[in-house]
Write a protein of this length. Structure first.
Length: 138
């Protein structure tokens, strides 16, 4: 992201405002490099935006306007975040999976596209709900 707000599109301005208020955003280049950290210091709400995998691992995303993370990168990200939650001992107080388009999901199945949406959503629940519900969900 540029330092100058005049060079940012409206979506990036909104994200920058969220970040100034304490929302932690992990960008695609950080995921690909594996060089990111989370400052978890209290009850945390975790939101997974599925269109970060658009056109690569996810064909059921709401926005399909760029190539996102491949399946390995997406799963690596989820596993790292899960380990960070576990080591922080901060409670996970909420979780959402957003930007799914069920119409695309059905179309991808009909066309036999290699859509990994279902596998990735199952992994999200395995990592953050099923495995951690007694430890981290309040």
């Amino acid at each position: 992201m540029n330092d100058s707000q005049k060079d940012l599109d409206l979506n990036m301005l909104s994200i920058k405002k969220w970040m100034e208020k304490g929302v932690h955003v992990i960008f695609k280049d950080e995921v690909r490099s594996g060089n990111f950290r989370l400052d978890l210091n209290g009850p945390t709400y975790f939101s997974v935006d599925m269109d970060v995998g658009s056109m690569s691992s996810i064909y059921s995303a709401r926005f399909m306007n760029s190539y996102g993370l491949n399946t390995g990168e997406f799963l690596q990200l989820l596993n790292k975040v899960s380990r960070l939650f576990e080591s922080s001992r901060c409670p996970l107080v909420g979780l959402d999976v957003m930007e799914l388009d069920v119409h695309f999901f059905e179309a991808a199945k009909e066309r036999e596209v290699n859509d990994r949406t279902e596998d990735i959503v199952k992994e999200i629940f395995e990592l953050f709900v099923n495995r951690n519900e007694s430890k981290y969900l309040s």
